[in-house]
Design a protein around this ligand. Structure first.
Ligand SMILES: [Zn+2]
Length: 400
């Protein structure tokens, strides 16, 4: 398949006209200039970008979007746990997984890391949906044994598996997924720590002050919230730590040493009034940062809009508490939701347009003239309607 258009190779430089060729599930050739023959897809007024990647969302929570006005711990009880309770029905879990996958595909998200529920059949439901539409995904059965409704709690000795062996040919992996330290006893975090080596770990960290206070009530002997996870062996280069809004300097330093990834969820942090993520602190401490929609605390699964919210958060910090806050450019933000997020999920061949890379990409046709402000115009005008084709594993797929 021959695809032509402005190629977003690195969004911090102005995309130039070019073409690429796909064979099987790989990009085999990428060149600037006119295509050698009539393209199968695209043309001069089209833009080709790697697909978006979302590093933090919850498949069962799409129906929970928009319940406003509650702090995190109350919002979980009022909204999230009832939505997750409904997954006790395996058929419903499968339907909702299919809806989540289709929604992501429609938004141009071709890779993700997602929390499921604590039900033993949750992974099978998600695998079924992901097998029909082979998004790349890291999914996790949520580990909880306290501070949640009893039917959503399990025990560290649960005989049902928390993770599955990864098949080399599968585009779905499973992650160790303790929800957060409040909902996990010592025994549950110890179980998670046993499973963690070599595996993706996803959990929440430092989202709201009340959450931090409650965590330290449960774990009074640990120096910090971050130190709790570290004591149980949960911090390593495959650890995806959602939020990281309220971290002290020693916690950032610990994350740097362990090579963990801070997953910034800017829309969720505004919606639940958690705070303004300190991108400067992450950068100063050399901590890797990825971006997530955090559906349903975040209300929008569109990663360009999440990227925009990251820029707006940095601007809000500069206007209020941090006059010298660095503001990411649109190009940096676009790179984050494509190649940087792909790298955070271990997709070394993803999020980029180059020979040998995975052919997971989008062909856009924006309704404005293409000029040197292309990336900014895409980001700030963004509509899913710009996506004319979604290419997944080398095949054009429908979003329905
Ligand atoms: Zn979350």
């Amino acid at each position: 398949m021959l695809i032509a258009g402005r190629l977003i190779m690195d969004a911090t430089t102005n995309p130039q006209p070019g073409w690429l060729r796909i064979e099987g599930d790989r990009i085999i050739d990428v060149e600037e200039g006119d295509p050698p023959s009539r393209p199968d897809v695209g043309g001069p007024d089209h833009v080709v970008t790697p697909g978006f990647v979302d590093c933090h969302l919850h498949f069962p929570q799409f129906d929970a979007i928009g319940v406003d006005g509650l702090p995190l711990l109350d919002w979980l009880k009022a909204t999230v746990y009832p939505a997750e309770h409904a997954w006790r029905d395996p058929a419903w879990a499968q339907i909702q997984s299919q809806q989540a996958v289709r929604r992501l595909l429609r938004e141009g998200t071709l890779g993700c890391a997602a929390y499921l529920t604590s039900h033993p059949h949750a992974i099978a439901a998600a695998r079924h949906a992901l097998g029909e539409t082979p998004l790349r995904a890291i999914v996790g059965r949520v580990m909880m044994d306290r501070e949640a409704p009893p039917d959503l709690c399990s025990t560290a000795a649960d005989p049902e598996p928390w993770i599955e062996a990864d098949r080399p040919d599968s585009r779905t992996q499973t992650a160790v997924t303790p929800r957060f330290a409040i909902a996990c006893s010592d025994a549950m975090l110890a179980r998670a720590g046993e499973l963690a080596p070599g595996r993706f770990v996803q959990t929440h960290l430092g989202e709201q002050q009340a959450e931090i206070d409650r965590t330290l009530e449960f774990y009074p002997d640990d120096a910090s919230y971050t130190a709790v996870y570290d004591r149980f062996g949960l911090l390593h280069e495959r650890a995806l730590l959602g939020h990281c809004v309220h971290l002290a300097s020693d916690e950032w330093e610990l994350l740097r040493r362990r090579r963990g990834v801070a997953v910034h969820c800017p829309q969720a942090n505004i919606f639940l009034q958690s705070g303004l993520f300190d991108l400067d602190a992450a950068r100063e401490h050399g901590v890797r940062v990825a971006l997530g929609s955090d559906i349903a605390a975040g209300s929008d699964a569109s990663m360009p809009r999440v990227a925009r919210a990251m820029i707006e958060t940095a601007k809000a910090r500069r206007l209020t508490v941090a006059p010298k806050a660095a503001i990411p450019t649109p190009g940096e933000a676009w790179n984050m939701v494509t190649r940087d997020n792909a790298a955070a999920l271990g997709y070394d061949d993803g999020g980029v347009l180059r020979p040998g890379a995975a052919a997971d990409l989008l062909i856009l046709r924006p309704p404005f003239d293409i000029d040197e402000h292309l990336i900014g115009r895409l980001l700030y005008n963004w509509s899913t309607d710009f996506i004319v084709h979604r290419v997944l594993a080398g095949r054009v797929v429908s979003d329905s």
